[in-house]
Write a protein that binds this ligand. Sequence first.
Ligand SMILES: NC(=O)c1ccc[n+]([C@@H]2O[C@H](COP(=O)([O-])OP(=O)(O)OC[C@H]3O[C@@H](n4cnc5c(N)ncnc54)[C@H](O)[C@@H]3O)[C@@H](O)[C@H]2O)c1
Length: 605
Amino acid sequence: MSLDLNPEQKAAGKANFEQASGDLARAGKMDSMVTGDGRAMPSPDDKNPDRRDVLKAGLAAGAVVPVSAAVYYGYSSWKGNKAVRTALIGTGDEGGVLVGDHNPEFNEIVAVCDIRPTNIKRIFEGDTGPRKGLNKVYGEATAKSIRTFDSVEALLAEKTKLGLEAVVIATPLNTHDAIAKMCMDAGLHVLCEKLMARTITRCKDMTRYAKDKGLLLGVGHQRHYSTLYAQSLEMLNNGILGDIKHIRALWHRNNSWPYDPKAFNHDKFDAKYGIPAYVDSWWKEVPKADAEKLPPERLRELAFGDPEKHGFKDAAELVRWRCSEKTGGGLMAELGSHQLDASSIILGHVHPLAVMGVGGKFFYGRGTDPSKGNDRESDDGVFVTFEFPGRTYYKRDSGGHLLIEGGKPVKDKNNENDVVVVTFTSFNSNEFEGYGEWVMGSKGTMFLDKESDVYLWREKDKSRKGDTGGRDTKITVSGAGGGKPAMEATSTWGAGGSSGAPTKTTAGAAVWDSAVRGYRTEMEHFAYCVRMWKDKKVDYAKNDKGELVHKDIIPRCHGEVAMADAILALTANMAMAKRERIVFEDAWFETAKDDVPETKHAKKA
Ligand SMILES: NC(=O)c1ccc[n+]([C@@H]2O[C@H](COP(=O)([O-])OP(=O)(O)OC[C@H]3O[C@@H](n4cnc5c(N)ncnc54)[C@H](O)[C@@H]3O)[C@@H](O)[C@H]2O)c1
């Protein structure tokens, strides 16, 4: 959040977003909202049952509410389907979030698999925050029937007995492709956590595999299923911000406060792997029980035949996989990929033009003496700049859709300066600004804050005498019903006063709201896709506009979309490693072509 915003200005920003989405919804320009206003009221024979229900509930004229995620993402006809029998592979931090947020009516978790005994225990018992645990989600008696496995091989050997249909993979990055392919070999649909894979070669391999096997492959960039991002995108597509010229994405964290080594519990953790000198959330303590069960030779056996690619040299590398080059992709893979994914959604699913940046082990990486730092390989600070094509960089038809020739957008030679600069910064030693994306246009600014809130402010209109604009201005959207929508000032809240700001929010969200965050919707839609494909041949065919023919029954973040996110993250790493500006090549984004960025740009050892 910006340093110079006072609480009233924040309230103004939030109220403005709601006002703008309400005005646009009343004009029938927001698919993500239902309105009681006559003009945008869905007709009584609306095919969509949830909209009809809203009508029956009798929305007051002028009222606006967001439609349910199921309606917006097109799976509201689910009722009556049997839950998809699903196994969770990887029961660590993210596995815990997914268990806490999944809906058993869509995905019934019938088995869990992990090589670390401590995390198998944790997935049942739960943890703090969103990690509720299987005992709580299913009830202890039912949770007892969920089978546990200590290797993927053992799990798949039982797939028929378990009646398995799909897996959710939440394991370290270097294992994603191996596990996904094994599961697809076993005929299972796959929802794999992000980043898709450790290299683009491996991403292409996974995407081709899904296509060849006729199976679904979804990847967990959850912003594709966030109603907050959907509403924001609709508003941006209405031109509310004017000409977007900059997105500032950031994810800053306080992982630095000195740790008290005396607090290290030698009974619980394996001291041979070093005592953290800082509270580095990636350089974790290694539980004794895991170290004992997983000596290096056992980890080699568990490496899917290729310890160099898919293995861990010891228990410490397994627990601290984000810190090692071979097993993780650093801050760009873990954090930056989400926000660059959001940026490319906001800019209309376009691919970037170029990237450059600086990264380093500026804070932790002071050597191998744990009392001075830690032995991580991945950078603890990254500062990258992407150039993206703006709205007019490519030619568009009268409806605003990109003109595609030979499968590619056509450049408009007159507008090659229409470039949007997207910056991403992430570092570990200060969290003052938290995380989020600032979208800056010629007519206003939108801020998406921590995946849970969104704010909107209008730019000052200098042609109007006395127009204040900016942070204190309350807006409505004029021309929403016809012509180009524009933000109009209706009044100005004086600094320190909040009289005009509504206190109740409609689009605002709680700190952890499943529909807003997207995890739950992502898993529900995945289950829906699995059911819809049951009796059909999965088909990733595209029409002449380059769109998937069956896009409604394929996860929104499918292989090709997720691969583009991996290209953004991993190419940025290459640019930082070589301190060079890298120009993105179209062929990298094409599954059918073998071209990948690592061939040209990976730093040679
Ligand atoms: N979508 C998001 O917002 C989000 C957030 C956090 C993490 N993630 C992703 O989720 C994945 C897991 O991250 P995490 O934070 O849970 O890591 P973690 O280390 O907490 O958990 C990973 C688990 O996978 C297990 N594992 C490793 N190899 C295995 C194998 N061969 N078979 C079975 N289990 C194996 C580990 O023992 C561990 O329990 C990563 O890809 C990460 O990027 C996504």
